[in-house]
Design a protein around this ligand. Sequence first.
Ligand code: FEO
Length: 395
Amino acid sequence: MVTKLVEGINWVGYVDWTVRDFHSYATKRGATYNAYLIRDEKIALVDSVKAPYVKNLIDNLARLTDLQKIDYVVCNHAEPDHSGALPILMPRLPNAKIVCDAKCRDILNGYYDTTKWQFQIVKSGDVLSLGKKSLTFLEVPMVHWPDSMVSYLAEEKILFSNDAFGQHLATSQRFADEVDQSVLFEEAKTYYANIVMPYSKQVLKTLEAASKLDIKIIAPSHGVIWRRELGKIIGEYQKWASFANAKKALIVYDSMWESTAKMAHAIYDGAATTGIDARLMRIRTLGNTEFVAEALDATAIICGSATLNQKIMPAMASALTYLQGLKPQNKMGFAFGSYGWGAKGGADEVQTFLTAMGMEILREPIKCAWVPTTEILETCFNAGKEIGNKIVNGK
Ligand code: FEO
């Protein structure tokens, strides 16, 4: 499949319907690895695909051009989902130079034997003329790796945005306006939370720089291509990158014999009485990918764990370790949980995680021995209500 974006520019990537694990990100709707071929007086391939799909990429390229005629391979980002094809691809493109920034070249050198590859190193503001069209490069470090770059084709007003504005979504449609919008924005948000969240400051800078460009099409390296109502996805990025939270509280927990679950339900009931969007989540059922997607715009994240071998429950430890790495900002919460014969354990470790994330901690952990009493459940209910009211009143 070689979908046309505009005359002379085609999508030549690969739709991966089967992937369900993308370095621990649960891709429940698959993924795509987007590459684009620009045919002008010179021919440039923008990005490539993951290693197993190099043959699909080569077949797509061969439908459009003689491979010997490709002059440039623009590598906006060296992560292997966009560069894995290069070791097989580059010997098939004897006349092509890799166009990338210096950090990208260093990373490619680290991953692959690049001794026979020709490089043309570019930096922000550099322009690569292809004839009638030209690519201007903008380095966007840490959106997603230090080498990340976007490429702008001014004549067609296309921004090849690499990881930014992506979604993990396998579909036979190539354009955002052709797919179910609720699924699309759910996947765009899940992608932002799981991939881009820690780099939100850099995203805001990138949005500022991009606002100076006249953009008609955003062609990311994952998912569908945005060609209509760009303001909507740009607005969502602005909101997510600013941690502009919804009036929403997550009560997320893991339990052994349902004591922590009962506490979670009581906190949830208290929060829900205030009219906020309260959500109850058992982490072992939910999984980390969905948890952090929900956490992205939550004002409060209230976390509970039973005590297992004097420690936090493993699924909760995994979820909080993952969330901590994603550097959520502007959140509040507290910990809760049950224990048996030793009062140290689950809830305390949860609170340590929340504190380390820089959250506003609203109270000491709520703990109970064995089974929560009526008084403990009342404390949980009131704590949920208090946090709900705080959210209603604008924190
Ligand atoms: Fe899609 Fe950071 O690679």
